[in-house]
Design a protein around this ligand. Structure first.
Ligand code: NAD
Ligand code: TDX
Length: 339
């Protein structure tokens, strides 16, 4: 198979490419990425010369460029990771989220239609379901939970999901959607909670917890997400949505304390800052469908995954130090300066 992986220079997309090259060496992988602030070519340096890998710098909204790539590569499948992915940035400036996450998705699917009804997988998020209350631990997101978004980011992802299902019904495009919970692991951009707290801890900088830090996220090691997408791509039923998550709920404050503990740093680094606008309280996935239909189960326990992740950031300082020494500093000042 020839597979176009969009957003493959980002966090999950790069991990997915490594997974696919290792598990399916007979496949050809084309990484299409615009290299926004979140895309990092150095992440892909070890695979750049592989004969069954090609990197193409391209915007998924660039219709002409995307069609030309389809013409050249005649892909069998597209897996779309490309997105603006950070909730705080979407609160600051929604429009680029609508452009990339919705328009970009439609351009990719139009190309799939134009070049022989190419198999299309949309990487979505549990955030399309909105949030759950903290005092109802019995409630979980299933695939039937109504879409009910909170942020411009999640609304743009929900818009894309609706479009994907519309392309199935209207044009018969062979699509699937996965909605995953929060990922963590190597190559996670240090604007997100876990890598930001690791980097700040290592630099003895304050650890900015939004509000009281009671918000709960359902954390999944990135490799487990990649395996789920691989399974859905090969064995998933066309037209279906699959929730992906590992029943691993943790409050933000507990994650931050755990990182302090693992790095032998004092909890006094923790500072409570102004809460995120519209901050979702709790995400929790019910993964029954993907387990019973495709046999997927998470393999990495959080205790192991977080240790592996912290180890990775210790061993790969140049990767994230280069990021936080650049434009990131302006972002950090804008986001946290007066908080
Ligand atoms: P990321 O921000 O780390 O990476 C996004 C990548 O997409 C970057 O390489 C960037 O350069 C590229 N990109 C952005 N706009 C583009 C455009 N217009 N054209 C081409 N490339 C573009 O994101 P991530 O955390 O790896 O998330 C990947 C996908 O998974 C997203 O669709 C996100 O919504 C979804 N998701 C993420 C999580 C999570 O916890 N990170 C959880 C569930 C779902
Ligand atoms: O500095 C911080 N302090 C803090 O308390 C940051 C960056 C975050 N937080 C809180 C906000 C959230 O409750 O930590 C939690 C996690 O925040 P993020 O890492 O920004 O992730 P989240 O908003 O939960 O969204 C993530 O999971 C779902 C991804 O960024 C999305 O792309 C994905 O769809």
């Amino acid at each position: 198979m020839t597979i176009i992986v969009t957003g493959g220079a980002g966090f999950i997309g790069s991990n997915f490419i490594f997974h696919m090259l290792a598990e399916h060496p007979e496949d050809r992988i084309i990484c299409l990425d615009k290299l926004t602030y979140a895309g990092n070519l150095s992440t892909l340096k070890d695979i750049m010369d592989k004969p069954n890998f090609r990197f193409v710098k391209l915007d998924i909204c660039d219709r002409e460029g995307v069609y030309q790539l389809f013409e050249e590569e005649k892909p069998d499948a597209v897996v779309n990771f490309a997105a603006e992915s950070h909730v705080d940035r979407s609160i600051e400036n929604p429009s680029i989220f609508l452009q990339t996450n919705i328009i970009g998705t439609s351009v990719l699917m139009d190309a799939c239609r134009a070049f022989g009804n190419v198999r299309y997988h949309q990487v979505s998020t549990d955030e399309v379901y909105g949030d759950l209350p903290l005092d109802r631990p019995d409630l979980f997101f299933t695939e039937e939970t109504p879409i009910h978004t909170s942020s411009p980011y999640s609304s743009s992802k929900a818009g894309a999901d609706l479009l994907v299902l519309a392309y199935l019904r209207t044009y018969g495009l062979p699509v699937t959607i996965s909605r995953c919970s929060n990922n963590y692991g190597p190559y996670h951009f240090p604007e997100k909670l876990i890598p930001l707290m690791i980097a700040n801890c290592l630099n003895d900088k304050p650890l900015p917890v939004y509000g009281e830090g009671k918000n709960v996220r359902d954390w999944l090691y990135v490799e487990d997400h990649c395996k789920a997408i691989d399974l859905i791509l090969h064995k998933g039923r066309i037209g279906e949505v699959y929730n992906v998550g590992g029943h691993n709920e943790m409050a933000n404050i507990d994650i931050v304390k755990l990182i302090c503990h693992e790095l032998h740093k004092p909890e006094s680094l923790i500072t409570h800052v102004t809460d995120r606008k519209g901050h979702d309280m709790r995400y929790a996935i019910d993964p029954t469908k993907i387990h019973s239909e495709l046999g997927w189960l998470p393999e990495t326990k959080f205790e192991d995954g977080i240790k592996k992740t912290i180890r990775w950031y210790l061993d790969n300082k140049p990767w994230w130090e280069e990021i936080i020494s650049g434009e990131y500093q302006n972002y950090y000042e804008r986001m946290y300066g007066n908080r």
